[in-house]
Ligand binder design. Structure first.
Ligand code: ARG
Length: 274
């Protein structure tokens, strides 16, 4: 694009020079004509850790798909902006938006007070909660039971936070993985006794991997969580567009349609987030 622009500018100067034949008028004339060219439409880059089905994952074709993707695409359409999703590792993801490599993040990201210090969140768009996955024959009946066991989590997630609180920061009983599917694979092979992650992802995995012989265990001590779309701290202009788009898709039924297409009929939890 840069080379193209340069060539274009040079061409414009040459044309002006040829037209008026006076060197001193060339530069201002060329400068004045530059803004008339329509700039290429801005494409907002959306970072997502596409290993978190059904929120974001890669299909057989390598395309990034999921509930989050549909939500942000619909929001973008309402907001009249263009977006492009880029697979981005969870670890370091928050830095990419701080540094401007990504304009937005959608990744089933829980809105927390701590995160709010360094990034801005949209209005909540999804209700979630931690959920425990164990083998079918496990005796684990509640979160407390994990205290003396080996537990797998995705590094730096809210699942990591609650397990760290329960078991202790330096405990070798916590095994941290770069993705949630890797933690679940480890549960299958017996490397950990349990995995704690977002309910939607655990339920989806258990339902789609019957061979793993997992079951889920819920616990009332897990605090309710809500997902938000992230923008760089202080980017009020983009945040406003996103929030407006979100409100629009919630109001006109688009959100419910997307919800139903990924989770079936909208449960009470989804209604509550609106
Ligand atoms: N909701 C959890 C959190 O914000 C986990 C999100 C992980 N998302 C992902 N795409 N890997 O910490």
């Amino acid at each position: 694009t840069r080379r193209f622009l340069k060539t274009g500018a040079a061409l414009a100067v040459a044309l002006v020079l040829a037209a008026c034949g006076k060197k001193e008028e060339a530069a201002p004339a060329a400068a004045a004509s530059a803004p008339a060219e329509t700039p290429p439409a801005r494409v907002y880059v959306v970072g997502t850790d596409a290993a978190y089905a059904p929120f974001e994952s890669q299909n057989e074709k390598g395309e990034i798909v999921g509930f989050d993707i549909d939500v942000v695409s619909a929001v973008a359409q309402k907001a009249g902006i263009q977006v492009k999703f880029v697979n981005t590792p969870w670890e370091g993801m928050f830095n990419t938006v701080a540094q401007g490599d990504r304009d937005l993040l959608v990744s089933a990201i829980t809105i927390t007070d701590e995160r709010k210090q360094t990034m801005d969140f949209s209005a909540p768009y999804f209700d979630a909660q931690q959920l425990i996955a164990v083998k079918e024959d496990s005796k684990v009946a509640k979160f407390e039971d994990l205290k003396k066991l080996k537990v797998g989590v995705q590094t730096g997630t809210t699942g990591d936070e609650v397990v760290t609180k329960l078991i202790g920061k330096d405990s070798t009983a916590i095994k941290r993985f770069e993705s949630t599917p890797l933690a679940l694979k480890e549960l299958e092979s017996g490397g950990v006794d349990a995995v704690v992650a977002d309910n939607g992802v655990v339920i989806h995995y258990v339902a789609n991997n019957a061979g793993s012989k997992f079951k889920t265990v819920s616990d009332t001590t897990f605090t309710p969580e809500q997902y938000g779309i992230v923008v760089k701290k202080g980017n009020a202009e983009l945040l406003e567009k996103i929030n407006k788009g979100l409100a629009d898709i919630k109001a006109d039924g688009t959100y419910d349609k997307i919800y139903a297409s990924w989770f079936g009929a909208a449960p009470a939890a989804a209604a509550a987030s609106k």
